[in-house]
Design a protein around this ligand. Structure first.
Ligand SMILES: O=C(O)CCC(=O)C(=O)O
Length: 244
């Protein structure tokens, strides 16, 4: 990819809020990661299975670093991450998912607190991006990832933390459902890079489909503890994959 092509892709990211990166992982890597995510489940390493059908794993970098560490700023996505944030890119958290049964994710933002960041004379608006690696084909009859069209560009209504109880509908989620959507069908080995504050929703269209993914959350600068984000930070040491 030339510098001009990369620039054009990042312009696309800014416009759409997401980028589909086909075949970020090789077929062999995809198979290996898929098997190791399944093995993690066999080991009982999951943190839980929520009521929309998402089983999640937060400690795989410690439990199986050989398999999972290479996904952090993997070469298939590294040029994009480098051009976005370079050495300042920090891994905030690392989470794998399996959807063992029916799955329709609640509309959500990973970085709910994006629009409510404290504004001071020298504070800058923090930004976070996900690289989500898909481990099976999410074809039109299988599954998808949906975005609110342009949902990263303005503040959605209803972002009041006290209105978020579990996975039930609320003003924000009803608003997301009523908007225009963009539907993406990532295939095995594809990565979707997107702003952590764009509202999104994953789904399985076939209950018997095996579906799993691995998400790296990156942030451009550390956030204070307690900022509204879907996952907790893993700490500081060794979290800057592009700083040499
Ligand atoms: O495709 C999915 O299941 C959604 C993934 C997701 O929520 C994420 O990557 O943050």
């Amino acid at each position: 990819m030339t510098a001009a092509e990369l620039d054009a892709r990042l312009d696309q990211l800014e416009k759409d809020g997401f980028l589909l990166i086909p075949q970020a992982l090789s077929p062999a890597e995809t198979k290996e990661v898929r098997q190791r995510v399944n093995r993690a489940r066999e080991q009982g390493w999951q943190e839980g299975l929520n009521e929309v059908g998402n089983m999640w794993f937060d400690r795989l970098l410690v439990q199986d670093p050989e398999t999972f560490r290479p996904l952090v700023a993997h070469p298939g996505v590294r040029p994009y991450l480098d051009a976005l944030l370079g050495p300042q890119l920090q891994l905030r958290s690392f989470r794998a998912h399996i959807n063992p049964g029916p799955y329709l994710q609640e509309w959500h933002m990973d970085f709910y607190g994006y629009w409510q960041q404290p504004k001071r004379r020298f504070s800058v608006r923090g930004v976070a991006v996900n690289t989500t690696f898909y481990l099976q084909d999410n074809g039109p009859k299988d599954g998808h990832l949906k975005f609110v069209k342009g949902g990263h560009l303005s503040e959605p209504p209803g972002l009041d933390r006290s209105k978020f109880h579990g996975y039930h509908s609320n003003e924000f989620r009803d608003w997301c459902e009523a908007q225009e959507h963009v539907v993406v069908h990532p295939m095995a080995g594809d990565c979707v890079l997107f702003f952590s504050h764009i509202p999104h929703q994953g789904a399985k269209l076939r209950e018997d489909m095996e579906r799993s993914n691995v998400v790296c959350h990156f942030q451009g600068n550390p956030f204070y503890e307690g900022i509204w984000f879907v996952s907790r930070p893993i700490g500081y040491e060794g979290t800057f994959p592009l700083a040499s």
